[in-house]
Design a binder for this molecule. Structure first.
Ligand SMILES: Nc1nc2c(c(=O)[nH]1)N[C@H]1C(S)=C(S)[C@@H](COP(=O)(O)OP(=O)(O)OC[C@H]3O[C@@H](n4cnc5c(N)ncnc54)[C@H](O)[C@@H]3O)O[C@H]1N2
Ligand code: MOO
Ligand SMILES: [Mg+2]
Length: 616
């Protein structure tokens, strides 16, 4: 019997067994593992009978009313069981052991027990081993029914509450993970994603990961955060639009003059004689005269004033051949019909998208939204990023610098980069090279953040515990990337207590942390923010000097781009390029990106650079 009769209350009262999982449903996975182990199968369910029946097994509702729990399902099952033994598993444990029933049966018979159940050994909070019983994974003689009936009649509902007085055989399984069940939507999503990271990297060597592939995997693995908030227009600066901004009006709302001059009907212009028109009044922007020029007449008009009825052309005042009192003379061919008139809706048409969802709001967008008269904008909620530095040698600014120590600079560069990106920050300080402290910090970060960025400890040093702990908390890949700087990196998703977060374990060296942030974490975070991340806009420049470069890896050299005497772009490397030399970053205004296939660069060769700043 597969228990699928719960309320799914921790999943928002959905039918848990029917939740999609790895291409089918949770229950289909449990069934696939369980069916070969038994002679006949029943699904215990109190709703969605048709969907469960479609799996090919009879569906049995509780005899007791009101979702009384799995024991009610067990009771109904025992009452109708045609075999001498009944085995049970839950619908939300897709990884259940393939030898579960065989081993339970062996123990039941060997010990002449009434019931056999699975147990595993698990570490408790102090790290000590503790026995964990799994009474839902059990095998029992059908003769136990009267005892269960009596327990339920007394109001008992605990899964193992009725075992008292029964002879119970405990069977130790070593693979605790096989009994993992999925209780919440987050866990379900987490499992889905975890599968995908493994899938995405099956054909890749983690020890020789090309930059391009690592970026692809990361991009495919992360997911935009959900959640939208409405903010006042100014507060939208730098935020990501959650929906298209649809223009409620035409901008401009009316045809209007693009020049200070004279408005009239263009049809009266003559191609070979001067045209003479009588000026009958003046229209100002926002202050129309209400006059309507007839044939032989015109109006003085100011830039932005609505075109008077019947007029389609404006002659700029400086192009007039003559103005005598109230008479305007226009020379032949000095203006064409329709000139200098701005059409209604030529900037933005009512009903059309003015800005697309996913756009990061820049100053021009603020102005554009204002031009539509819109005061509030729906934006994605900010992505929360927890970050910390690891290393016993690190000291915080303000502390004395002991022998052999360095000040923590990574947390400041990360602060700057994350702030510029528009993330909400959770600065977790420095974490010592101590497994318990690292684990506590990572678990804590999972609770509060969508993404975690750490620096240090991802290489192979004796104090680099970060890797082990990260791997234990979720699915994390450890890559050696074909690049310099920034070779080692950890990426994945970790979880604790039902909360999970994407993890970027960046290398400790101060330049490496920045380069790997810019080229891996930044595009991923943009995707999490729901933003359209355009490809890196590289520009070409002439290298002023030779650059040593090894083929087969991407090198990110720090450079200064300038305009040479002949007006062309020229780039010069900023001295020593060691990955601990942060000065190479502060002196630079760009990064020279030398791709895998590139060998040594000769002076005068063209290279590609990525600018640090554009117009902000
Ligand atoms: N045998 C090998 N050793 C190393 C390799 C390797 O492949 N084989 N890779 C090197 C590369 S490349 C890098 S990058 C680093 C990465 O090491 P970790 O990520 O484990 O970082 P740490 O060992 O913790 O620190 C490295 C370096 O950076 C300094 N650091 C760390 N955090 C900060 C901070 N917050 N502020 C300022 N400076 C920091 C730290 O003191 C170390 O000097 O490994 C190489 N080794
Ligand atoms: O990541 Mo390391 O920086 O290549 O020195
Ligand atoms: Mg290290």
């Amino acid at each position: 019997m597969i228990f699928a009769g719960g309320r799914g209350s921790r999943m928002g009262n959905v039918d848990k067994g029917l939740q999609p999982f790895r291409g089918s449903t949770l229950v289909a996975h449990a069934l696939q593992r369980f069916a070969p182990q038994v002679t006949a199968l029943t699904i215990s369910a109190n709703r969605s009978h048709e969907a469960y029946a479609a799996l090919g097994a009879p569906v049995l509702a509780d005899d007791l009313a009101g979702f009384a729990g799995p024991l009610a399902g067990l009771q109904a099952g025992l009452r109708r069981c045609a075999t001498p033994l009944l085995a049970t598993v839950p619908c939300d444990s897709p990884f259940l052991p393939e030898d579960l029933v065989q081993r339970l049966r062996d123990a039941l018979l060997a010990q002449d027990a009434d019931l056999a159940l699975a147990v595993t050994m698990e570490a408790d909070d102090t790290g000590a081993a503790r026995k964990q019983a799994h009474p839902v994974f059990s095998l029992m003689k059908t003769g136990v029914l009267p005892r269960l009936d009596a327990y339920l009649a007394r109001g008992g509902r605990k899964m193992d509450g009725w075992h008292e007085g029964l002879k119970v055989a405990e069977v130790l399984f070593t693979d605790a993970a096989a009994f993992r069940n999925i209780n919440t939507r987050e866990e379900l999503l987490a499992e889905e994603r975890a599968k995908r990271l493994a899938d995405l990297t099956t054909d890749l060597d983690p020890g020789a990961m090309p930059v391009r592939r690592a970026r692809q995997v990361i991009e495919q693995f992360v997911r935009p955060v959900r959640g939208v908030e409405k903010v006042a227009l100014r507060a939208a600066l730098g935020r990501v639009l959650a929906e298209d901004v649809i223009s409620p009006i035409n901008v401009p709302a009316h045809d209007n003059s693009a020049m200070d001059g004279f408005a009239f009907a263009g049809a009266q212009l003559s191609a070979d004689h001067p045209t003479k028109l009588k000026v009958i009044g003046t229209d100002f922007a926002g202050r129309p005269s209400g006059l309507q020029p007839g044939p032989g007449q015109c109006l003085r008009i100011m830039t932005g004033a609505v075109m008077p009825a019947g007029c389609d052309t404006v002659l700029p005042q400086e192009h007039a051949a003559g103005i005598d009192d109230d008479c305007l003379t226009i020379a032949p061919r000095s203006v064409r019909p329709g000139d200098n008139r701005r059409l209604a809706g030529e900037d933005l048409m009512a009903g059309r998208p003015a800005l697309a969802a996913g756009k990061i709001v820049r100053p021009a967008d603020l102005g554009l939204i204002a031009s539509l008269g819109i005061a509030e904008v729906p934006v994605r909620r900010r992505v929360r990023v927890a970050f910390f530095s690891t290393g016993d040698e690190l000291r915080s600014v303000g502390e004395p610098l002991a022998q052999g120590c360095v000040y923590d600079s990574n947390r400041y560069t990360l602060f700057g980069m994350l702030t510029r990106l528009g993330c909400e920050l959770v600065d977790m300080g420095i974490v010592k090279d101590d497994p318990a402290a690292l684990e506590a910090a990572l678990r804590d970060a999972c609770q509060s953040a969508d993404a975690i960025v750490t620096s240090g400890g991802v290489s192979a040093g004796a104090a680099d515990y970060t890797r082990d702990i990260m791997a234990r908390l979720g699915e994390v890949a450890f890559w050696t990337i074909g690049m310099r700087p920034g070779r080692p990196m950890a990426f994945g998703r970790i979880g604790a207590d039902g909360h999970d977060a994407f993890l970027f374990g960046l290398p400790g060296n101060p330049v490496a942390v920045m380069v790997s942030f810019y080229f891996f974490a930044r595009p991923a975070l943009l995707r999490m923010m729901g933003a359209d991340a355009p490809a890196d806009l590289l520009v070409q420049a002439r290298s002023a000097e030779p650059i040593r470069k090894r083929q087969g890896r991407t090198e990110f050299q720090r450079g200064v781009l300038s305009i040479a005497a002949d007006g062309t772009r020229e780039v010069r490397i900023t001295g020593a390029q060691g990955s601990g030399i942060l000065r190479s970053m502060t002196e630079a205004n760009c990064i020279v990106v030398l791709p895998d296939e590139q060998a040594n660069v000769a002076a005068g060769d063209l290279v590609e650079v990525l600018m640090f700043e554009g117009l902000l």
